[in-house]
Structure formats: C-alpha cells, structure tokens
Design a binder for this molecule. Structure first.
Ligand code: FPP
Ligand code: MG
Length: 274
C-alpha cells in the first residue's frame, strides 16, 4: 500500500513531511469522529522478531501512542482502544501480569508527564469491569481519569478489561438497579447506559493482523449502518501513521461518495414527484 515509501532515500524525513501534509488535507474532509481499534498481533510481532513476548506488547504500546497522535492531529475526537479483554485473563499468568504492569507503568508516565493529553486536550476514560483489576493498577487508571477529567477537546477510551457482552449486561443491570419499569426499557435506554454513553457514535472500526473477527468489541455500537469496518493485514506494532492516513482517505472518499449518491437519489426522487 504505502510501504513503497520505505525504500526511498531519506524515507523517515519524507514520511514525516508526507504525514504532516496529508494530515492537514484530511482535516478538511469528512473525518471519523470516533474510531475503535482492535490492536491485534503483538505476540506474532514478538515471534517474528524473535523478541520476548512482553517486548511485543511494549511495541504495541509504542504503536498505539503514534497512531493516537495522528488520529487526533487529523481531527478525530474519540478513540477507543481494546487494551485488555476480560477473556485475556485466561492467558498465562506471566503475560497477564506483564500487561497489568505495562498499563501501570505507561499510565503513571502519562499522569506524571501528561504531554500528549495536554497537547490534544485528551480526557482519558477507562471502560470495562474495573472490579477485575488489581488495586494498584486501578489506582493509576483512576488517577489518569481524574487528572484529565477537565480536558474537553478529545477522548481516549481505554477498554481495560472489557468485553461488549459485559458492557451490555452492565447496562441492563444499571437500568434494573434503578427499578425502571419493564415497559420503559428500550434500545435507547440500553444505549444510554453503555460505557460509551454521551459520546460521539462510532464511525470506524479498525482491526489489525489479518484476523476477521470482532472479538466481543463494541458489538452494540458497530451495528449502526454508518460504521465502516477496516480489516488490515498488518500486525498492530507494524501499523504506522501512514497506514492510518490511507484508511482515513478511504473513509473520506466513501462518505463523500455516499453523500453524493444520497443527493442524487433525492434529486431523482423529487423529479419523480414533479
Ligand atoms: C493483542 O495482540 C493485544 C493485546 C491483548 C494487548 C493490547 C495491548 C497493547 C497494544 C498495548 C497497550 C496496552 C496498554 C496497557 C494500554 P495479541 O496478544 O492477541 O497477539 P497475537 O494476536 O499475535 O497473538
Ligand atoms: Mg490476538
């Protein structure tokens, strides 16, 4: 796709310039307000590069930071990252412990330094069943939420530990705990009690690593007819800002095309009426 640029001399410099120009252009077209990411492929990346599994997840975090930065630069308002599934607790203890440690380490750095959150005015929200988290991890994540709670230009939803079925179950439990009458329970009310309540609707879901499953991520949100799904073969740690720019360009074309088609259909419809 855009990997050709890597073979050119001064590839790093060119990529940076191209990234900046394209990011500017993209802000003028339809940009997704809310993107969800299934960041898949960290362990395969580790195996491919013969590095330790935990280094694969570390590379995944580095990639996440770069990808989020380009999204916010292009005008995306909300990003939702699938950082840990409730199902991931079934992985071996060493890996689970490392992912918890990674979260603690990186979020305390974010809390202490806070540049990226400051730069883009990002409010961090942790989505999921937090009661499953070790207390010291929970403390750091709560701190990250607290410290960024007044930022209002962008949102970073960190799903940790999350599954969509847990999110929907939790919504129903919340509704029932308020002693809501059965007749009043409808789809809108369930949606209003999801972890993503009061946020821009999902526009785009991106999954990496060639796997074509939703893996219990944002299942309620993804059924909306306006949501685009992008399945890319690249492993998450190999995903670059240019990959994202390419996906955003495609998104913009698709939205412009469907807008034109709707206008055309409306025109034809009104002529028929006349
Ligand atoms: C999926 O790859 C990735 C995860 C289970 C963890 C995602 C975490 C990050 C990207 C790092 C960011 C983390 C924090 C703490 C915010 P996989 O392990 O399923 O790899 P595979 O598909 O190659 O087996
Ligand atoms: Mg995987």
């Amino acid at each position: 796709m855009m990997d050709w640029i890597n073979v050119l001399p001064k590839a790093g410099y060119l990529q940076e310039q191209l990234k900046n120009v394209l990011a500017k252009i993209l802000t003028t077209g339809p940009v997704p307000k809310h993107i969800g990411f299934v960041m898949d492929g960290n362990r395969r990346f580790a195996r491919k590069h013969k590095i330790e599994l935990k280094e694969g997840h570390n590379a995944g975090f580095e990639s996440m930071a770069k990808i989020l930065e380009i999204c916010y630069e292009c005008g995306v308002e909300s990003c939702t990252v699938f950082a840990f599934s409730i199902e991931n607790f079934k992985r071996n203890k060493f890996e689970v412990d490392w992912l918890m440690e990674l979260a603690k380490l990186r979020f305390s750095q974010m809390v202490e330094q806070g540049e990226i959150c400051e730069q883009f005015g990002i409010k961090i929200k942790v989505l999921g069943d937090k009661s499953l988290l070790p207390i010291e991890v929970l403390k750091v994540l709560n701190q990250a939420e607290e410290i960024t709670k007044n930022n209002n230009r962008a949102i970073l939803n960190v799903c940790f530990p999350y599954t969509a079925r847990n999110e929907i179950t939790n919504s129903i439990k919340t509704i029932i705990s308020k002693k809501t009458e059965v007749e009043l329970i409808d789809e809108q009310l369930i949606e209003n009690n999801l972890y993503t309540k009061n946020q821009a609707p999902l526009d785009l879901l991106i999954r990496t690593s060639g796997v074509t499953r939703l893996s219990d991520f944002l299942l309620w949100q993804v059924v909306d007819k306006n949501v685009e799904i992008e399945l890319v073969d690249t492993l998450w740690p190999d995903l670059t800002p240019l990959h994202i720019i390419w996906i955003l360009i495609k998104f913009s074309f698709k939205k412009n095309y469907s807008r034109q088609r709707n206008n055309y259909d409306e025109d034809v419809g009104s002529k028929k009426v006349l």
